[in-house]
Design a protein around this ligand. Structure first.
Ligand code: ADP
Ligand code: ADP
Ligand code: ZN
Length: 212
């Protein structure tokens, strides 16, 4: 199964992706996680990307296209993949189409998790992340032990871009640069919209139903 998880920042893509990846046994490819790992490791890519990420802007397309191309060639992607946070612009989507054509793995579905803006700000400002990619929420999805990741025992942290100013910028970037992809994939007829409000497990069940 070749899947793109689509939706605004805070829609619950990462939360659902971890569950889906386990359920369908396909790798969860989060460009945000890949970039943050590079920032932590102090790579050249990380230094370049951090400037954009901290202020809530998109990292340039050519950087992301390079990352995604090499990642999709990984042998673990042969049973399929789950993209989270890519594509975010029309050029990224065009590049993805080209790469997938080249490797003979067309997209099966783009799952659009729909959550209105007013909910997103509270979700993002209360989000706590783990380096393993798991995310929690101080109120809506709190870890069993305060500040500790349920999945790996790692220490939770608040992302630099989950502060109000960067959140507002990211939502603006989403509506101008990313939202046009709803039309793009809608026209091809492979987009399914999922209501992203409600219990996390209920949303997961809706997604699984849509995939069957
Ligand atoms: P969220 O989960 O809140 O939507 P991500 O973790 O996907 O955020 O992304 C965090 C930041 O990483 C983005 O604001 C952007 O700076 C950068 N980024 C991630 N994916 C992409 C992409 N496909 N294109 C450009 N920038 C990206
Ligand atoms: P994204 O990857 O789309 O940016 P996340 O999966 O990181 O979003 O979720 C954003 C925040 O909202 C996290 O704090 C997460 O725990 C919380 N969250 C995820 N799904 C729900 C939900 N259905 N209801 C309430 N909060 C949620
Ligand atoms: Zn963890």
């Amino acid at each position: 199964m070749n899947i793109v998880l689509f939706g605004p920042p805070g829609a619950g893509k990462g939360t659902q992706a971890i569950k889906l990846s386990g359920h369908y046994n396909i790798p969860h490819i989060s460009t945000g996680d890949i970039l943050r790992a590079n920032v932590r490791d102090g790579t050249e890519l990380g230094r370049e990307a951090k400037v954009f990420m901290d202020v809530g802007k998109l990292v340039p397309d050519e950087v992301l296209i390079g990352i995604i191309k090499s990642r999709l060639l990984g042998p673990d992607c042969s049973p399929g993949f789950l993209l989270d946070g890519y594509p975010r612009t029309i050029p990224q989507a065009d590049a993805l189409t080209g790469i997938l054509e080249e490797i003979g793995k067309p997209l099966d579905v783009v799952l659009n998790i729909d959550v209105p803006d007013e909910k997103l700000v509270t979700r993002l400002s209360g989000r706590r992340m783990c380096q393993c990619g798991a995310s929690f929420h101080v109120e809506f999805n709190s870890p069993k032990q305060d500040g500790i990741c349920d999945a790996c025992g790692g220490e939770l942290y608040q992302r630099d871009d989950d502060k109000e100013e960067a959140i507002i910028q990211r939502l603006e970037v989403y509506s101008t640069q990313t939202q046009p992809l709803i039309d793009y994939y809608g026209k091809i007829g492979i987009m399914v919209t999922i209501d992203g409000i409600g219990d996390i497990d209920d949303i997961f069940a809706d997604i699984c139903k849509a995939l069957e």
